[in-house]
Design a protein around this ligand. Structure first.
Ligand code: UD1
Ligand code: CA
Length: 480
């Protein structure tokens, strides 16, 4: 009594275990299951991101085993702990290896690394329900129209929160297989009874594994309370065991992402056709047209229009930017009011400043195009620093590569580069200079100068007329 009341004063300490050691045999892949991607990032990264909203990373224990080094490397920047399960002997065994890690906590939530759709709010409901029912184990469940393959939750009665057992699909009787309430593989446990009875799990089942769901009947027999709570939305608990399930999860996740972005004020036409990764941000009143892909850590500002067939990855786009159809943008920065496309390609390290314009069939790489500058047609800009108010004529090429090294081009404010010019780097064009069309520029050009890098035009008066007349005569002589 006194012990309980002291404890009630503090909120119980909570750890989260994420089971991620399995191979994922059903995916038929050389990569570990939890590193397969949905919504543009690894399944496990989604689960960790959700867990981090409930506890700090130092209270998260990821159970790794199959390709452990690769899994750890991928998610270690999140600051979570790893527990190695050398041999994967089942979900019960995964918790057994975490025994020392969790023994000092009051409660533990167990998540599956292959079920990435689970929401923070649902985990909070699970945690609170577990506390409210004073349970030793609380099972998060869902009702599926086709529960094939999942463990079935056998409640003591249809209306009761109390659970008698979880039966795996393969061991279920015909009557039990008709039960559509499934075990999500997500649980809350009170650590004390969990660790007290954990070793009672046996391996007398179809896979000769330690099944964590067996804790339901084990705790029940020990007169500990075992309850279940329905997650409501079954999408949240789907696991990616097969490629088909992975595709379904990916689609659900992207649709949910579109809904979230639309609720926050972005317009997305035909969202089913767009591919928008989980970490993408979009400002209000921005319009995303059909068949756009926004990938990785991309952020788009407010009042933009992203037209069809553009693919933008790991890039930052400011406010009021127009991206016309068919642009490919990778690790680039586009500042407010700029216009791109159609068919522009920005490669890594491109920075298109305020109000600048990059037009069709223009490629940029490690290049800063200053405020209000324009490169409207058929141009390559690589390794360049270009100032403000510069006009780059159609067909301009910066020759940045000499076959061994890359060199830099500097073009200062207000320069006019005539069409079809080649600028051989390293080279610098001073402020306000003019480059005559079709020049090949190999030397620096001082400010306000005109540089011509081509032969002068020659005009031969009457030449064409004479040519035609002599051809006419020849023709007449032949046919006379
Ligand atoms: C499990 C449940 C099933 C439930 C389903 C929900 C068991 C025995 N069954 O089945 O009742 O309906 O989840 O999706 O638990 N893992 C380890 N170490 C191991 C084995 C597995 O870390 O030794 C990890 C896996 O990487 C995976 C998770 O545990 O992330 C679940 O394992 P999985 O084999 O996918 O279990 P299911 O067959 O889906
Ligand atoms: Ca699974």
């Amino acid at each position: 009594m006194s012990k309980q009341s002291t404890r009630a004063k503090h909120s119980p300490s909570l750890a989260i275990i994420i089971m991620a050691a399995g191979k994922g045999t059903r995916l038929k892949s050389k990569h570990p299951k939890v590193l397969h991607e949905a919504g543009g990032k690894p399944l496990l990264a989604h689960v960790i991101a959700t867990a981090r909203k409930i506890v700090s990373p130092k209270d998260i224990y990821v159970i790794v085993g199959h390709e452990a080094a690769q899994v750890e490397e991928t998610v270690s920047p999140t600051g979570v702990n790893f527990v190695l399960q050398t041999e994967q002997r089942g979900t019960g065994h995964a918790v057994m290896v975490a025994r020392d890690a969790i023994k000092a906590y009051d409660q533990v939530i167990v998540l599956s690394g292959d079920a990435p759709m689970i929401r923070t709010q649902t985990l909070e409901r699970l945690r609170d329900f577990h506390a409210e029912k004073n349970a030793a184990m609380t099972i998060l469940t869902a009702v599926l129209s086709d529960p094939t393959g999942y463990g079935r939750v056998i409640r003591k009665s249809a209306t009761s929160a109390d659970v008698q057992a979880i039966v795996e699909h393969k061991s279920a009787t015909a009557k039990q297989q008709k039960v559509r309430e499934i075990n999500s593989g997500i649980y809350a446990f009170s650590v004390k009874p969990l660790l007290q009875y954990l070793d009672k799990i046996r391996t007398d089942n179809a896979h000769a594994e330690f099944y964590l769901p067996d804790m339901a009947s084990i705790l029940g027999k020990a007169k500990q309370r075992v309850v279940a709570i329905d997650a409501g939305n079954y999408h949240e608990v789907l696991g990616a065991n097969t490629r088909a399930e992975l595709a379904e999860i990916d689609q659900n996740m992207r649709m949910a992402k579109c809904e979230e972005l639309m609720a926050a004020g972005a317009t997305i036409f035909y969202p089913q056709s767009c591919v928008i990764d989980s970490d993408v941000e979009i400002g209000t009143d921005t319009v995303i047209e059909p068949y756009v892909q926004l990938l990785g850590k991309t952020s788009i500002g407010a009042d933009c229009r992203i037209r069809s067939y553009s693919v933008i990855r790991d890039s930052s786009v400011g406010d009021s930017v127009t991206i016309l159809p068919g642009c490919v943008i990778d690790e680039a920065t586009v500042r407010d009011g700029a216009t791109l496309g159609p068919y522009s390609r920005l490669r890594p390290g491109s920075e298109i400043c305020e109000g600048a314009r990059v037009g069709n069939f223009v490629e940029t790489k490690k290049t800063r195009l200053g405020k209000g500058s324009k490169a409207n047609h058929l141009t390559y800009l690589g390794d360049a620093e270009i100032g403000e108010g510069v006009n780059i004529g159609a067909g301009t090429i910066l020759c940045n590569y000499d076959g061994v090294h890359k060199h830099k081009t500097t073009i200062e404010d207000g320069v006019f580069v005539g069409s079809d010019s080649t600028l051989v780097a390293p080279v610098k064009i001073g402020k306000g200079a003019y480059i005559a069309a079709a020049s090949c520029i190999t030397d620096d050009v001082p400010a306000d100068a005109l540089a011509l890098g081509r032969t002068r035009q020659t005009v031969k008066e009457g030449w064409a007329k004479e040519k035609r007349q002599s051809q006419k005569k020849e023709h007449a002589a032949k046919h006379a």
